[in-house]
Design a protein around this ligand. Structure first.
Ligand code: NDP
Length: 334
């Protein structure tokens, strides 16, 4: 694949210019560009510049509000709601952070419903930020229907990710962030493009039969990881980040988009817990380290999130490689 080399600063300017020229104001463009380049810096390309044409198209068509002014509302002592004003999630998430931290510190736990926004992407940036404040973070979001319910054969759940973070002293937080589907949608699409097979656990055909052909999975349905267990988690995410907060279920989000395949509109549920308020304020950090040390003593292990933190140290120096075709399609949008 032909690529071009960009520094993180160049990639950020490219994203900013593209968003500004397609109708975002400065605050919305900067927040979205920050998120994309944060993902690029961790070498999570599927949430980086790859998403930029999607964002530009959604704001240019008027579907997303490029001048959104998110609003924060306190619903109960430990419950906050953030209305994203129909804009992209990053600005709302940025504005939501401090109220959630303050509320969790005050109550020991706080929950936040983020609604009316486009494309809640990877979960790790927001949960990691909570752990940097000494809190545990949880985040959940639903998207478009790709995954069949356990025993079913038609797409119904999103690939519905969930993120979790735990604070560590003088170390990057422990963060995991994973879809409830067995395989990422993008990986199945890439396998289809490149003529590779996928594991039988990834999905089923329209007839409900197991297959290793990614094209057949894309016509049929993906499966949750670990069979019915992943499907149950996907269902939980639909309830928490859809039904409970008055936002779209994945099936409704697809209807709202009318099959155009733009960024999904929807919501996110975040929960922040202050571990220092749960009975062992002096000990919990050390107890976490006891667990991590025991894990890492075993050969072949690593902590979730470690890959990203290593990448993050390198990319400010090394920059990133961007597919030439993607770079050209971004330039064509300006
Ligand atoms: P992966 O399967 O790549 O990784 C899931 C988690 O497992 C990560 O925290 C990863 O850490 C960790 N991990 C991976 N390998 C190991 C290992 N050998 N030992 C210990 N931990 C490990 O993620 P997914 O494909 O499930 O999801 C990718 C991204 O896509 C996520 O950020 C997710 O939020 C996002 N997503 C977003 C959706 C949406 O609708 N918005 C839908 C689906 C996914 P590390 O990062 O260090 O590798």
């Amino acid at each position: 694949m032909s690529t071009i080399h960009l520094s993180l600063e160049e990639a950020h300017s490219l994203a900013m210019d593209c968003l500004l020229k397609n109708g975002c104001d400065e605050a919305n463009a900067r927040a979205a560009a920050d998120r994309m380049i944060q993902a690029e810096g961790d070498l999570c390309h599927s949430h980086g510049l790859f998403r930029l044409p999607w964002y530009a198209g959604a704001v240019k068509s008027g579907r997303a509000n490029g001048k959104a002014k998110p609003r924060v509302e306190q619903l109960a002592p430990a419950v906050i709601r953030v209305d994203g004003d129909g804009g992209f999630a990053p600005l709302a998430q940025e504005i939501a952070h401090q109220p959630l931290v303050d509320c969790a510190r005050e109550n020991g736990i706080a929950s936040m419903a983020l609604v009316n926004m486009f494309h809640i992407a990877a979960m790790w940036p927001e949960v990691e930020k909570l752990a940097m404040e000494g809190l545990c973070g949880f985040a959940f979001t639903a998207s478009y229907p790709y995954v069949a319910p356990a025993g079913g054969s038609k797409p119904l759940y999103g690939t519905n990710p969930m993120g979790f973070s735990w604070p560590r002293k003088d170390k990057p937080p422990l963060v995991f962030d994973q879809a409830s589907a067995a395989m990422a949608r993008g990986e199945i699409m890439i396998a289809a493009r490149d003529g590779h097979s996928v594991p039988e656990t990834a999905g089923i055909g329209p007839d409900g039969e197991a297959t290793t052909d990614p094209n057949v999975v894309l016509e049929g349905a993906q499966l949750g990881f670990g069979g019915y267990k992943g499907a149950a988690l996907a269902m939980m995410v639909e309830l928490l980040a859809g039904a409970m907060i008055g936002e779209f279920l994945s099936i409704e989000s697809a209807e709202d988009d009318g099959g155009k395949g733009g960024p999904p509109k929807g919501g996110e549920l975040m929960i922040a817990i202050d571990p220092a308020r749960h009975g062992d304020p002096e000990g919990f950090l050390a107890r976490g380290e006891t667990l991590f040390e025991a894990i890492l003593e075993q050969e072949g292990t690593r902590l979730p999130g470690a890959r990203r933190f290593i990448n993050r140290q390198k990319t400010p120096e090394t920059g990133i490689e961007v597919p030439r075709s993607l770079h050209e399609s971004i330039l064509a949008l300006m």
